[in-house]
Design a protein around this ligand. Structure first.
Ligand code: FMN
Length: 365
């Protein structure tokens, strides 16, 4: 069965899940996600040319050409799968990861491996995956494609491993950054400073950014932009101080952002009673990060504020604001463009559109 067919069947019969006790559903959804992702990665792309877009939206960031303003978000291709697929689909760029220095198998809780649920009526997903990946030693050497497409640059998302204390994890992260620098297919790096599903202390952002800047940014041997991905939960008021730090250490951009743990804010936005019950069960039993349309306004608001502040300060180098969270339509891209946001990434909306349009999802946006 094709990956897209599987997704459509799952959506068609999803309403039947209301007859299943809610405590069994995370197991079912998580198993189905793993089965689907396996099929999704295995799609063979014979074509060497991309599906043409119906809109012209290419842009140059840091001297790199992005074919459009929309690409996948980190976490879809954790082990560097899928470049040829998204390049064929017509994505504006590709990002693999998030990876960590050591291989990780991800979270298992209450007998559920890589816990995940999807609430399709509310366009929400919640995941408690916990950074499963093959580790930087293997992934940094991976040949991501043999047919790199002009206009579909490659980013890599990396994070300090939660399996080490802070100083060691930073030292190992910097070693990994040099490894990815050696992989000449990679055009830019995104450092994930925001995963809610692992126990990492993100309160010392200043110290960590300073360490990365002093040990990696100033020692880069080629032009390799490095952006920092933060949570969609950060307060609007903290944008100036965060950006001041990023400018001080000369990071090349910010991505706002990652999933949210603001569960109470979303509870009332879920209208379907069954989905509300499942959401409450999952977030109280597993926790996890919330993604999907409920992040649309926060990602736009945070990024708009970041753009305005960047414009006000006018740093003496190129710094870009990237939006992730709740993007699922052309209206979102238009709103981002109007706000001066440089680039957009999607995850939950990507799969919603993939179910509807298959590989023509970018063309049909
Ligand atoms: C199943 C799943 C796995 C994810 N894994 C990662 C990850 O490894 N690294 C990361 O930076 N973000 C990860 N994310 C967060 C997304 O990249 C994105 O920031 C978030 O889902 C908000 O975007 P969306 O509303 O378009 O889904 C993950 C999200 C989901 C749903």
């Amino acid at each position: 069965m094709q990956a897209r067919t599987m997704l459509k069947i799952a959506q068609k019969y999803e309403s039947l899940t209301r007859f299943i006790p809610v405590k069994f559903l995370p197991f079912i959804y998580s198993k189905m996600r793993q089965y689907f992702m396996d099929k999704f990665y295995r799609q063979l792309i014979a074509n060497t040319s991309s599906i043409p877009l119906n809109y012209s939206d290419s842009r140059i960031l840091w001297g790199i050409k992005f074919g459009s303003g929309l690409m996948n978000a980190a976490g879809i291709f954790k082990n560097g799968e899928g470049y040829d697929l998204v390049a064929f689909q017509g994505a504006g760029g590709y990002i693999g990861g998030t990876s960590t220095t050591n291989p990780r198998s991800g979270n298992i809780k209450c007998g559920v491996k890589l816990p995940f649920i999807s609430l399709s009526k509310s366009d929400i997903a919640v995941n408690f995956l916990g950074l499963p990946n093959l580790g930087d030693e293997i992934l940094s050497k991976k040949l991501l494609t043999t047919k790199k497409v002009d206009g579909c640059p490659i980013g890599w998302s990396v994070m300090r491993s939660p399996d080490y204390e802070e100083a060691k994890s930073l030292e190992l992260l910097v070693q990994s950054l040099f490894k990815y620098q050696d992989n000449l297919q990679i055009d830019f790096i995104e450092i994930n400073e925001s995963c809610p599903n692992v126990k990492t202390d993100f309160s010392n952002l200043d110290r960590c950014l300073e360490y990365i800047a002093q040990n990696f940014l100033v020692n880069r041997s080629r032009r390799l932009p490095v952006i920092i991905k933060l949570s969609n939960d950060i307060h609007l008021e903290s944008i100036p101080s965060i950006l001041d730090l990023l400018f001080k250490y000369r990071f090349d951009g910010v991505n706002l952002g990652n999933t949210s743990t603001n569960y109470s804010a979303f509870h009332n936005k879920i209208n379907n009673p069954h989905e509300k019950k499942l959401f409450d069960y999952f977030t109280t039993t597993f926790g996890g990060g919330v993604s999907g349309t409920v992040l649309k306004s926060s990602s736009l608001e945070l990024c708009s504020k970041a753009v305005n502040y960047r414009n006000k300060i006018n740093p003496d180098y190129e710094f870009h604001v990237i939006r992730t969270g709740g993007i699922d339509s052309m209206a979102d891209i238009i709103a981002s463009n109007a706000a001066g946001i440089s680039l957009n990434q999607w995850y939950t909306g990507y799969f919603k559109n993939y179910a509807n349009f298959g590989n023509s999802l970018y063309q049909n946006l």
